[in-house]
Design a binder for this molecule. Structure first.
Ligand code: FAD
Length: 595
């Protein structure tokens, strides 16, 4: 037995004559309950209208370009009796009157999707709990998305496998690493003042207190997040989640107890984890970045495998704390992809503070002996066998896309584990979004937070897209290296008509006064328009200087805008204005032959 049901546009607030911008189903197609049927777009929001019941589309009454209002007929649905019963069992018959899927502020539990509503499931059983929006993962992407969505009126559940919120960044990434790098820098600066007449005795490092301080910094932030979640009434569930169906997560707690959570929309922010090298012995002295941040003692010798940002930051950290550090990198350059002129001062310094910096070199074999780790290398300039107290493997990060049951929800994950998304951060399943490390490079916290905001706003029905012109990148090494926009290497590869302005820090009073004159500031301009397209800085505090340049690129500033902006004296920021002057040929702090 079956009945025919007319599906109409539900209550969509004050909107009248809204455009149909997408028709997502067709005549003859079977649709599941809550499956999106059409997308509407007003000047303020994009809304999807979900199916009130499962059934087969008998006839479509709208097409793209039509204008509709509340009550407009969308389609006729043939509902089998069993479909109707299943729907009723999961929350009552909905008729054609439920709100659009993306409507902000809709928190009525009766409107939420049926539990276990995947096409492969039988009659759905009710979930243990349900929510408007679930966010999977509480890193910078996830917590930002959860908080923003809650601020926009959605009822939000945040699922995190660990007890503390904040993800990799706060717990085992950006924050603890920068705290330890600060300690290392204080020691290095103090040591180097000896060259300028101020001599301190060698430091005594109490690793217990140093670790304690680092964790107190982390805890201040993670506890702060817990408080912010509470104030926003974001429900936090601790457990490891996997999709069980397009509208359902299965969450397992630390004791192995599972519960099911049904949701209307989801944001996947499950991040990434360190990549490992195969064939290494299982030995606690071989560390990933997480273990390397646990300073239980200062190892005498450390081998850093991988000359990317994280590896080099750790190298600076251990060298500053007093370890003898060796770096090996498989490719021919440190921080591959970064302009060589920016990396050069860093390499020079690393060669001074480390036992060895070997590019074009791979680890061949590692043997774990009682007293040390014995390592052989391969590559043209490979060093001979050497022994180390610790090895840090820092060869990149792998996204967690293959670990969350994406197949059950039906969204795409590529071979590497990244989830493809559009500019609205939607996955290939429209009601599921993904953000942060799990959607691809650059794997940076500030990119994750911005994408989190976009996903939350789109989920709440706003018209938003992630359209950042640049995502600045910073290596918090010593000296720091930072860049934004097009690199000079890319400009060359793409045959761009660019010009550059470079200001060497040897001519900057502040840099000289800090005894750090090895830096440089480089700006790239489009020759036709004079607009800035890229910037790179190497030197102490480069990570802070790049912010102004990211803003300049976002705002489409040209060389004159930057050169005529009065930068305070004496600061490192003057190098930004002067690099623009160098490009213009108006600089007086350097002598440049007339063009
Ligand atoms: C040592 C180090 C230093 C770094 N320094 C910087 C820096 O200075 N600046 C910078 O911008 N970036 C830095 N990064 C990178 C930065 O940490 C990441 O880009 C950022 O954390 C990504 O945020 P995210 O929200 O995508 O995911 P993550 O921070 O990875 O968070 C994902 C969360 O999801 C949880 N999760 C995963 N799977 C599940 C599941 N199935 N169920 C429940 N929960 C799950 C995880 O436990 C984690 O808490 C650093 C990384 C490392 C390792």
């Amino acid at each position: 037995m079956s009945t025919t049901e007319e599906v109409k546009v539900p209550d969509i607030g004050d909107f009248e004559d809204v455009d149909v911008i997408e028709v997502l189903v067709e005549t003859g197609q079977r649709v599941e309950r809550e499956q999106s049927l059409i997308t509407l777009e007003s000047d303020k929001a994009t809304l999807e209208v979900p199916a009130p019941n499962a059934g087969v589309v008998q006839k479509m009454h709208v097409s793209v370009g039509d204008k509709v209002s509340e009550g407009s007929l969308i389609l006729t649905l043939e509902v089998a009796e069993s479909d109707g019963e299943a729907a009723a069992g999961a929350g009552g018959s909905q008729g054609g009157e439920q709100p659009a899927a993306d409507e902000p502020g809709d928190t009525d539990a009766s409107e939420r999707p049926a539990a276990a509503s995947g096409p492969e499931q039988g009659a759905p059983a009710p979930a243990d709990a349900d929510t408007d929006l679930v966010v999977l993962g509480s890193g910078p992407g996830g917590y930002t998305a959860a908080f923003r969505a809650a601020d926009l009126g959605l009822e939000v559940t945040l699922v995190e496998r660990y007890p503390d919120l904040g993800g990799v960044c706060l717990n085992v990434g950006c924050i603890p690493s920068k705290a330890l790098l600060h300690a290392a820098k204080v020691i290095t600066d103090a040591r180097e003042m000896a060259d300028h007449g101020v001599r301190f005795s060698d430091p005594t490092i109490d690793t217990g207190r140093l670790n304690g301080w680092k964790w107190s910094v982390v805890k201040t932030l993670t506890d702060g997040l817990a408080g912010l979640a509470k104030r926003r009434k974001v429900t936090v569930i601790q457990g490891t989640a996997r999709f069980a169906a397009p509208h359902e997560l299965q969450i397992e707690d630390a004791d192995g107890k599972a519960r099911r959570l049904s949701f209307r929309q989801a944001i996947v922010a499950a991040g990434s984890q360190p990549a490992s090298l195969p064939d290494l012995p299982d030995d606690p002295r071989i560390m990933d970045s997480t273990a390397a941040l646990e300073i239980d003692q200062i190892p005498k010798t450390v081998l850093v495998v991988g000359g990317g940002i994280i590896g080099l930051e750790m190298a600076c950290m251990y060298a500053g704390l007093g370890s003898r550090v060796t770096i090996v990198e498989l490719t021919d350059s440190l921080m591959p992809g970064t302009d060589p002129d920016l990396v050069k001062p860093l390499r020079k310094r690393l060669e001074k503070i480390c036992d060895g910096v070997h590019t074009g070199t791979a680890v061949d074999q590692v043997k774990a002996n009682k007293a040390s780790l014995s390592v052989t290398f391969k590559g043209e300039n490979a060093p001979s066998r050497a022994r180390f107290d610790r090895i840090l493997v820092s060869i990149g990060r792998r996204p967690n896309g293959h670990r969350i049951g994406a197949d059950k929800a039906g969204f795409e994950v590529d071979d590497k584990g990244f989830i493809p998304v559009d500019q609205q951060m939607r996955t290939s399943v429209r009601h599921i979004f993904a953000i942060g490390d799990i959607v691809g490079a650059p794997l940076l916290a500030h990119k994750a937070t911005h994408q989190g905001k976009v996903a939350a706003e789109v989920a709440a029905g706003e018209r938003r897209a992630f359209q950042a012109r640049v995502v600045p990148a910073v290596a918090f090494t010593d000296p720091e290296v930072a860049w934004a926009g097009v690199t000079e290497q890319e400009a060359k590869q793409q045959n761009l008509n660019y010009g550059k302005g470079v200001f060497p820090w040897a001519a900057n009073g502040r840099a000289l006064g800090m005894a750090r004159s090895e830096g440089q500031t480089k700006l790239l301009f489009d020759r036709d328009s004079g607009i800035i397209i890229g910037a790179g800085v190497v030197g102490a505090g480069a990570g802070d200087l790049i912010a102004e340049l990211a803003l300049a690129i976002e705002m489409g500033a040209d060389a004159e805008d930057i050169a005529l902006t009065i930068h305070p004296h004496p600061t490192l920021s003057e190098t930004v204005g002067m690099a623009a002057e160098a490009y213009q040929g108006t600089i007086t702090d350097l002598y440049m032959p007339r063009r």
